[in-house]
Design a binder for this molecule. Structure first.
Ligand SMILES: Cc1ncc(COP(=O)(O)O)c(C=O)c1O
Length: 380
């Protein structure tokens, strides 16, 4: 049977109008095309791999995989509650923090309501807003960072959710706890603020965040965290939210009861205890960030200080073309057009060897761009 061409009656416009999320190619496919092993620094994963304690825990638990997970996520939530000094009713688990972003939009938005964020930020939020039937509003970045004044100034009666990633993906910029306090003072409690702290483990600044104090004090706020970054568990899909209990109970009404797998939960519990793995990951990242901060400007690339596990840079050419050229050299990075920054490349901090390889590839790219610019000039 053939299905007739798309009909607006079947897939509603709020979904059919969405651009599809185009993921990076699987590394195995790129390897087959190139004939050699590329390095993948495209998705802000941990280059040191998963926490070894998490790997052991998963291996031990695998034989229990015929059982459904604990729908309440009791043990992991208990551990997180103790870690963050909150009651368990302040914590919800998600299949990655992106699932929680989607669920939050489904709870708080509908046609006639809007979700507000900045341009040049994590694309899953505006997509989730639109998928929920809401209107996605954005204000421009200022010097590659959130313009918190402009965001607060953009509020109107339709805005019900505001999303901020701190540090921001893809620019790696950060706002301080004091700046956030000033921002929150301008936001009515009828608006849900989502503060996405996916990269918090990498931030080493004392003025960074007091988000959990705000939740403890009863502020209507959702703080998102994930095990995908410093804990190295991106493939297992587990993240969590710490929030006002009303927000948690609303999410619990619509989330699928078994949204997080048992293996993800046992891995996350073990990873939380693996302070050594976190310490090594953060230290390795710190060295990598310093290396890129030194080497990228040497190649004539524009970059900005990053507080996360990736760096944002611009070559002055279209990032999409640079991405293709780097791919041919076996280096997979991410052009940022899909997040509204078509001039930008985002490079995940890798191991020392991987970082060196990216810089060598970028140096070749710069040389060949300079050579072709020279040829253009002599022809003119
Ligand atoms: C700001 C931000 N939030 C959330 C995520 C996704 O995390 P998860 O793997 O927990 O869904 C990412 C991933 O790149 C991110 O950059």
């Amino acid at each position: 049977m053939t299905v007739k061409k798309s009909s607006p009656d079947r897939v509603p416009d709020r979904v059919s109008s969405l651009p599809p999320y185009i993921p990076g190619k699987p590394i195995e496919e790129v390897e087959r095309e190139l004939g050699f092993t590329p390095i993948k620094l495209a998705s802000n994963e941990n280059p040191l791999g998963p926490s070894p304690k998490a790997i052991e825990a998963v291996a031990r638990y695998l034989a229990q995989s015929h059982r459904y997970p604990d729908a309440a996520g009791t043990y992991l939530r208990e551990k997180l509650a103790a870690r963050h000094s909150v009651e368990m009713n302040h914590i919800v688990l998600g299949a990655g923090s992106t699932e929680l972003i989607q669920l939050l939009c489904h709870v708080y938005l509908e046609p006639g309501r809007a979700g507000l964020t900045s341009q040049g930020t994590f694309v899953m939020f505006p997509l989730a807003v639109r998928a929920a039937g809401g209107q996605a509003l954005e204000v421009p970045l200022q010097d590659y960072a959130y313009d918190l004044d402009a965001l607060a100034g953009r509020l109107d009666d339709t805005v019900r959710v505001v999303y901020l990633a701190n540090p921001n993906n893809p620019t790696g910029t950060l706002f301080t706890a004091t700046a956030f306090d000033r921002f929150l003072a301008r936001i009515p409690e009828s608006v849900l603020v989502i503060l996405d702290e996916a990269y918090c483990d990498y931030v080493e600044r004392p003025d960074y965040s007091r988000s959990l104090d705000l939740v403890r004090s009863g502020r209507y706020l959702m703080v998102l965290r994930t095990f995908s970054k410093a804990h190295g568990l991106a493939g297992l899909r587990v993240g969590y939210g710490i929030a006002h209990p009303e927000i948690i109970s609303a999410l619990n009404k619509i989330r699928s009861p078994f949204n997080v797998s048992s293996l993800a939960m046992v891995a996350a519990q073990a990873a939380l205890d693996d302070t050594e793995h976190i310490r090594r990951s953060v230290e390795s990242n710190r060295r990598g960030l310093a290396f890129f901060a030194r080497e990228l400007p040497r190649l004539g690339l524009r970059t900005i200080p990053s507080a996360a596990n990736f760096v944002y840079c611009e070559t002055g050419r279209a990032a999409k073309e640079d991405f293709k050229a780097l791919l041919q050299m076996g280096v997979i990075v991410r052009p940022m057009g899909f997040m509204g920054l078509p001039a930008g490349l985002r490079i995940t901090v890798g191991t020392e060897e991987e970082n060196q390889r990216v810089i060598e590839a970028l140096a070749k790219l710069q040389q060949s761009a300079a050579a072709s610019a020279g040829r253009e000039r002599s022809r003119a």
